[in-house]
Design a protein around this ligand. Structure first.
Ligand code: E4P
Length: 217
């Protein structure tokens, strides 16, 4: 099971990468647009910091232009994964790029039928958006469950990358279902390790220890 960070901010990524727990990063055009500076430099510094797959998304609409952009993005770093939207042109581009040995993350997935087509196109990752489905009153977690079932039924190798994560519960649930990867906004990552009883327990241990006058060194 892998943890990716859902961020384009190197200042958020670097400190969290120090944990040794980060297996990759997902960016998207909206996240990159918020950052100051040259987007290629930003992607390069992220790819240099985190050694796993770094998703960088094409912005073209037509398959041939997506492929041109994929070639440009791929040159930024060896660990760049080309992120392609789940459209007909996206599936054509995915199929082509996979044959050319690119890694592809098919994004903006909201249904089982979309996930099935991405797997048949050979996608390395499929990104179902849990939170955005919940936002419109649908059940994002059920989608992850259904994709898991279909992929297992037909032994598809495409990795399920649970995206659009809003809560710690989302993370716990997608992992129980069997998502291969979860991409987590840095803010939510910090909620993963925090617990009120850990804070209280530590305070008690340290104050008892201090009162005893004992020292480790
Ligand atoms: C993942 O690849 C997407 O970039 C991201 O998870 C989208 O999340 P949002 O719905 O919170 O924007």
């Amino acid at each position: 099971m892998k943890i990716f960070l859902d961020s384009s901010d190197i200042n958020e990524i670097k400190p969290l990468n120090k944990t040794g727990l980060i297996d990759g990063v997902t960016t998207n055009p909206s996240l990159l647009a918020k950052q100051q500076g040259n987007f290629k430099q930003i992607l390069k510094s992220i790819a240099n910091e985190v050694k796993g797959p770094i998703s960088a998304e094409v912005t073209a609409i037509k398959a041939d232009k997506m492929i041109d952009e994929a070639r440009i993005l791929q040159k930024i770093a060896k660990n760049i994964v080309i992120k392609i939207p789940l459209t007909l042109d996206g599936l054509i581009a995915c199929n082509y790029l996979i044959k050319k040995k690119f890694m592809v993350n098919v994004t903006l997935c909201f249904s089982v039928s979309q996930a099935l087509l991405a797997a048949k196109a050979g996608a390395t990752f499929i990104s179902p958006f849990v939170g955005r489905l919940d936002d419109i009153g649908e059940n994002g977690l059920q989608l992850i469950k259904d994709i898991r079932t279909v992929y297992d039924n037909f032994n598809f190798k495409t990795k399920i990358l649970a995206a659009s994560i809003r809560t710690v519960t989302h993370i716990q649930e997608v992992l129980k279902i069997g998502a291969d990867v979860v991409t987590i906004p840095p803010k939510i990552f910090h909620e993963l390790y925090k617990h009120e009883l850990t804070v209280k327990g530590l305070e008690t241990f340290l104050s008892d220890w201090k009162k005893s006058g004992k020292q480790i060194n």
